[in-house]
Design a protein around this ligand. Structure first.
Ligand code: NAD
Length: 479
C-alpha cells in the first residue's frame, strides 16, 4: 500500500521530510512510516479540493452513487487485507476488524442510496406570480478529522455522504491509525476518484487542522473524537464561521429492569461493553441494575467477562486486544482504584494481563459491584474494559441516574415489558437508545449525540443532509 499523502490526485511521499511512525498497538513495533505533514501540505490539500469542487458538484447524483457503490464493493472484496491493517495499527481482534470493513462498506452503500434521492423541492404556492424552490447545494470543501478506534468506518461515514452531496474533502486520520485511511484513499483512486475530490494528509493534528479552520475556503468540519478536542475545534471554527458536526465522547448507561431476561442482558452487555476492549463511544459505561436482579446480573456478567480470551488481535478467537496507549491503561487503572477507594468491589479483572512479546496494555475485562454516581467511572468516559455496576430500586430512580450526566450519545434498556421499554426510550436523554439490544450501529440510521456528546448526525439521509446547504430561490413570474 502507499504510505504517502494523497493531494490533488498525487501521492506525496515523505521524502527527506518528517515522518510519523505507525506502531502495532500490541507490541509497540513500528509497522510503517507515513508523512508528518506540515501546514503547507494541509493548505495544498485545500487548494486541490477547491479546484476540484465545481466539477464534482456538477456531476450527476447517479454518477456519484455509482462511484460510491463501486467503492463499497471494493471494500468488501478487499475485506481481509483491510481488516489486517486495522488490527495491525489499532490492535483490535481480527473478527471485529472484519466487521468494521463491512460497516464501512455499508456507509458507502447508504450514501449512494441517498445520493439518488437528492432532489430540489418546489414549495407550495402561497402567492400568485411566484415560483419558489429549495435546491440542495453542496456545502463546498469539507474537512474530516477521525479517531483511531474505528479508523476506516469513521472516515467512510464522513467521506461517503460528503461525496454524495457533491462536496470535496480534505481529511486527517488519527496519528495512531493512518494506514487503513490511506488504503481507503487508494481504493477510491483505483475506482476513478477525480483528482482533488478527496485529499488525505497525515501528521500531528494541531497545525493541519488549524490551517483548515483558518483558511476560509473550508466550509465545514466533521469531527469524531473526544469532547475535549471537540471544544477546542469549536473555538477554532469561530473565526471563519465553519459549520460543524461533532461526534464526541459517550457515557452510555445500561439499564436492566426487574423483569429483564438476565441471560439476554448479560450477552448484550458482553458484546457492547467489551468490543474493541471497551474503546467505543457507544459502549455501555455505567450499568444501572434493579436491586432485585443486581446480584444475579453481576455474577453472570463477571463469569462471562472472565472467560473472554485476551491476547493479540491477530490470534483466532481473541476477544480482548490491547488498549491503544499506556495512558489509556493508566486511566482505567485509576478509575478502578478510585472505585475501590470509595467502597466498590472488584468481582473480576481489575489489572492488566501479561501477554508474551507484547506491551503491558492488555487490561482484563473487569466487573465491579457497588458502584455509585460519585465514583470517577460514573462521571467520566472510561474507554476501556471496565463495567461498573450500580443498583436502584425503582424505574424512575434508574432513569434519573442514567440521565445524570452531561453526555448523551447512547443508552440501553432491558425489560420484558414493551411499555416499560417505550417509557424508558422516551425518557432517556440521548441520541441513540437500544431496547433489549446493544448492537445498534447501522449505516442507515441517524447516529449522533446530545450535550457533551456533540451534535449532527451520520448515516442514512441525515448523514448526507449534514453536507447540504439548502438554497431557497424565489422567482417572481408575473403573467
Ligand atoms: P481525540 O479527540 O484525541 O482524537 C480524535 C482526532 O482528533 C484525531 O484525529 C486527532 O489527531 C485529532 N486531534 C487531537 N488533538 C487535536 C487538536 N488539538 N487539534 C485538532 N485535531 C486534534 O480522540 P481519540 O482518542 O482518537 O478517540 C477517542 C474519543 O473519540 C472518545 O472520546 C470517543 O468517545 C470518541 N468517539 C466518538 C464517536 C462518536 O461517533 N460519537 C466515535 C468514535 C470515537
Amino acid at each position: 500500500m502507499r504510505c504517502a499523502n494523497l493531494i490533488g490526485g498525487r501521492w506525496v511521499d515523505p521524502g527527506d521530510g518528517p515522518v510519523l511512525h505507525v506502531r502495532d498497538a500490541a507490541t509497540g513495533q513500528v509497522v510503517a512510516q507515513v508523512p508528518a505533514a506540515t501546514a503547507e501540505a494541509a493548505k495544498a490539500a485545500i487548494e486541490a479540493a477547491s479546484t476540484a469542487l465545481p466539477h464534482w458538484a456538477a456531476t450527476t447524483t447517479a454518477d456519484r452513487a455509482d462511484f460510491l457503490r463501486r467503492c463499497g464493493q471494493r471494500l468488501r472484496s478487499d475485506r481481509q487485507r483491510l481488516a489486517n491493517l486495522i488490527t495491525a495499527e489499532g490492535g483490535k481482534p481480527l473478527a471485529e476488524s472484519l466487521g468494521e470493513v463491512d460497516y464501512s462498506a455499508d456507509y458507502l452503500d447508504s450514501a449512494a442510496d441517498e445520493a439518488v434521492r437528492l432532489t430540489a423541492h418546489t414549495l407550495p404556492q402561497r402567492r400568485e406570480g411566484r415560483v419558489q424552490v429549495a435546491v440542495p447545494d453542496p456545502i463546498g470543501v469539507v474537512a474530516a478529522v477521525t479517531p483511531w478506534n474505528f479508523p476506516l468506518a469513521m472516515l467512510a461515514r464522513k467521506t461517503a455522504p460528503a461525496l454524495a452531496a457533491g462536496c470535496t474533502q480534505v481529511a486527517k486520520p488519527a496519528e495512531e491509525t493512518p494506514l487503513s485511511a490511506l488504503a481507503f484513499a487508494e481504493i477510491l483512486v483505483e475506482e476513478g476518484l477525480p483528482n482533488g475530490v478527496v485529499n488525505i494528509v497525515t501528521g500531528e493534528p494541531g497545525p493541519i487542522v488549524a490551517a483548515w479552520l483558518d483558511d476560509g475556503r473550508v466550509r465545514k468540519l466533521s469531527f469524531t473524537g473526544s469532547t475535549e478536542v471537540g471544544r477546542l475545534l469549536m473555538r477554532g471554527a469561530a473565526s471563519q464561521v465553519v459549520c460543524l458536526s461533532l461526534e464526541l465522547g459517550g457515557h452510555a448507561p445500561f439499564l436492566v429492569f426487574a423483569d429483564a431476561d438476565i441471560g439476554a442482558a448479560v450477552e448484550a452487555a458482553v458484546l457492547g461493553k467489551f468490543r474493541v476492549a471497551g474503546q467505543t463511544c457507544i459502549c455501555p459505561n455505567r450499568f444501572i441494575v434493579h436491586s432485585s436482579v443486581v446480584e444475579e446480573f453481576t455474577a453472570r456478567l463477571a463469569a462471562a467477562a472472565k472467560d473472554l480470551p485476551v491476547g493479540r488481535g491477530t490470534l483466532p478467537g481473541v476477544r480482548i486486544g490491547p488498549l491503544i496507549s499506556d495512558e489509556a491503561v493508566d486511566r482505567v487503572r485509576a478509575q478502578v482504584q478510585d472505585a475501590i477507594d470509595r467502597g466498590a468491589r472488584v468481582v473480576t479483572g481489575g489489572a492488566t494481563i501479561a501477554v508474551p512479546g507484547c506491551l503491558d496494555r492488555f487490561f482484563a475485562p473487569t466487573v465491579i459491584s457497588g458502584a455509585t454516581p460519585s465514583m470517577r467511572c460514573f462521571e467520566e468516559e472510561t474507554f476501556g474494559p471496565l463495567a461498573p455496576i450500580a443498583s436502584a430500586s425503582d424505574d424512575d430512580s434508574m432513569v434519573r441516574m442514567a440521565n445524570a450526566t452531561h453526555y448523551g450519545l447512547a443508552a440501553y434498556a432491558f425489560s420484558a415489558d414493551p411499555q416499560r421499554l417505550a417509557r424508558a426510550a422516551r425518557q432517556l436523554d440521548c441520541g441513540i437508545v437500544g431496547c433489549n439490544t446493544a448492537a445498534v450501529s447501522d449505516a442507515y440510521a441517524p447516529f449522533g449525540g446530545r450535550g457533551w456528546s456533540g451534535f449532527g448526525r451520520e448515516g442514512g439521509r441525515w448523514g448526507v443532509d449534514e453536507y447540504i446547504s439548502w438554497k431557497y430561490i424565489c422567482e417572481a413570474r408575473p403573467d
